[in-house]
Design a protein around this ligand. Structure first.
Ligand SMILES: O=C(O)CCC(=O)C(=O)O
Ligand SMILES: [Fe+2]
Length: 192
């Protein structure tokens, strides 16, 4: 485990949270069984097709809203419950929801943002599992754009963001021109 940022924001990276074989098997199952959807985002009044596919899972039937989208929840599947349980052991957090992202290739991305929707509470714990193609996750400080970090999110790795990370930092999953395959990201959250 490597501590990347540690002031009042805590960002921890666990490579090999799952072995290569376990991660590949989870990738195959999730790619197949997930009802992936592509939504339109509304940013400053303009509509854009989201540059990735997503799916929203929640234990408490809560919807999730961001950038003009309200996502309807699917119930946790057995595989998702199993992953949530393993992550709960490492993070000491019982997550009740999961936003899944499918980046089909290097052209798919996730723009600069913070996970700061009101339903996540003040200092949310966010646990992010990466499966499939490796992609760079970048962070930049809200008040000082020169303060930046770049983390390669490997197959089977877990990234944990806690403390006031979502107040201090923005994050993005940038596009890449490299010819790469798909990546699945599972972002576990607690919806209040
Ligand atoms: O794909 C990733 O690693 C980041 C996903 C993310 O930031 C989000 O869904 O809020
Ligand atoms: Fe995010």
């Amino acid at each position: 485990m490597k501590t990347v940022v540690n002031v009042t924001s805590h960002i921890h990276y666990y490579p090999n949270f799952y072995t290569n074989e376990e991660a590949s098997s989870l990738f195959d199952i999730l790619l197949q069984e997930t009802p992936w959807q592509q939504d339109y985002l509304t940013i400053f009044g303009k509509r854009y097709l989201q540059p990735r596919l997503t799916s929203w899972y929640a234990l408490n039937q809560k919807t999730y809203s961001y950038s003009g989208i309200t996502m309807q929840p699917h119930p946790f599947t057995p595989v998702l419950s199993q992953i949530a349980e393993k992550i709960a052991c490492s993070s000491k957090t019982n997550f009740n929801s999961c936003l899944m992202n499918l980046y089909r290739d290097g052209k798919d991305s996730n723009g600069w943002h913070a996970d700061n929707e009101p339903e996540l509470g003040i200092n949310p714990v966010i646990a992010s599992l990466s499966l499939g193609a490796e992609r760079f996750f970048k962070l930049k400080h809200h008040n000082d754009a020169a303060l930046q970090h770049k983390i390669l999110l490997e197959h089977g790795s877990l990234l944990l963001m806690t403390g006031d990370t979502q107040h201090q930092w923005l994050h993005t999953l940038a596009k890449t021109a490299k010819p790469i395959g798909p990546r699945i990201n599972l972002t576990f959250r607690v919806i209040l």
